[in-house]
Design a protein around this ligand. Structure first.
Ligand code: ZN
Length: 364
């Protein structure tokens, strides 16, 4: 063996035989990570798309989606909502076509929001069998009998002051009067053909009030999807434009909903409130908004066996859409990742304004 060859082979010999002269030389011959090198390599299961597909833990499916639709009375053509690109206020007539489109795409449920032209202190139009709430439920059900109509129950779209129930003499929303009214609203919605009712007002006792009213009027089969943990969030902004229920134009009532919606700072309180809805007989619990409250969703998943819904609200939708329009994000990729985060955190169903787009992507 020549000297040159032996030099070349030196690195193959055990350390003791090469007799390094210094630490620097030792480093040349011995990889510092040698003993710590992992036997478990996480990247093995990420190596190609087939393997990645096999180990994927969560998926978004069309059947997860609930599509929220705005319906405005007394308008001739749909009105675009500037802050929510791609979303319109349907007319009562165009609701029919929208329902058929949703049904054809395989959407299993829609949630309807009325934009009322008949507002008063109590929101009484929504408690009338001929009011907008009843009319749009009936029309939607007729148009797409295979789609479950989830009726949002609240008064903010029907009151002239914009709050979620009548105001008492202290200038606050009257809890017990609102519960009485919302129980009436639930029966009106069920009579009109709602498959599910979803009270969103965050009044104490609203779920048991509604459950009782439905049961004594023969609607024992109609489930309650409770807006169980609904936070007083700034991200509702675009919805309030869309539904025409912003606050602040009446100086005699608070310009916020902090006396009934949850404080964004509170996690334990949110879980208590949600579990109380379960005790009152809720069949499905909802967390709203979605992305800023994934921790609440994940915690609630640990605490209840009920199905969970999450609402990706207008501000979340707008952020993704407007960022995409500005070229900062890809709409489809960002939306799908955002919806996937809800599934990962424990949601069974997702309310999203992107539902039709998502169904189109998934059906391809
Ligand atoms: Zn409301």
């Amino acid at each position: 063996m020549t000297d040159k060859t032996s030099d070349k082979l030196k690195h193959l010999l055990p350390d003791a035989m090469t007799e390094p002269k210094s630490h620097a030389e030792l480093m040349k011959h011995k990889r510092l990570t040698e003993n710590a090198f992992p036997h478990v390599r996480m990247r093995r299961l990420r190596q190609n798309s087939a393997v990645r597909d096999m180990v994927r833990e969560n998926q978004v499916q069309v059947s997860d989606l609930i599509y929220p639709i705005f319906v405005e009375e007394d308008i001739d053509t749909p009105v675009a909502i500037k802050s929510m690109p791609g979303v319109v206020r349907e007319t009562e007539k165009t609701l029919t076509a929208k329902m058929k489109e949703a049904q054809e795409l395989g959407i299993r449920s829609v949630m309807l929001f009325g934009v009322s032209h008949h507002k008063d202190h109590n929101g009484s139009d929504s408690m009338s069998p001929n009011g907008l709430l009843a009319r749009m439920i009936d029309r939607a059900k007729q148009a797409a009998p295979d789609v479950a109509i989830t009726a949002d129950l609240c008064f903010c779209e029907y009151t002239d002051h914009g709050h979620c129930g009548p105001i008492n003499r202290h200038g606050d929303v009257d809890n017990d009067k609102t519960v009485e009214n919302i129980a009436m609203q639930a029966v009106i919605a069920a009579e009109a053909g709602a498959d599910i009712v979803a009270p969103s007002g965050m009044m104490d006792g609203q779920v048991s009030g509604i459950r009782h009213a439905l049961d004594v009027t023969g609607f024992t089969h109609v489930p309650v999807m409770a807006y169980a943990a609904k936070f007083a969030s700034v991200f509702y902004g675009p919805f309030r434009d869309a539904a025409g229920c912003s606050l602040g134009h009446d100086v005699n009532v608070p310009a916020h909903r902090k006396s009934y919606q949850l404080d964004p700072a509170n996690s334990r309180e949110a879980i208590r409130d949600a579990l109380m809805d379960e005790q009152e007989g809720a069949d499905i619990l909802m967390v709203k908004p979605g992305m800023p409250y994934l921790d609440i969703l994940a915690k609630l998943r640990e605490k209840t066996e009920l199905p969970l819904a999450v609402y990706q609200i207008s501000g979340e939708y707008a952020m993704i859409r407007l960022a995409a329009e500005a070229g900062a994000l890809n709409y489809q990729s960002a939306m799908m990742e955002s919806l996937l985060s809800f599934k990962r955190a424990g949601a069974d169903m997702i309310l999203t304004y992107s539902a039709l787009d998502v169904a189109n992507w998934l059906n391809k």
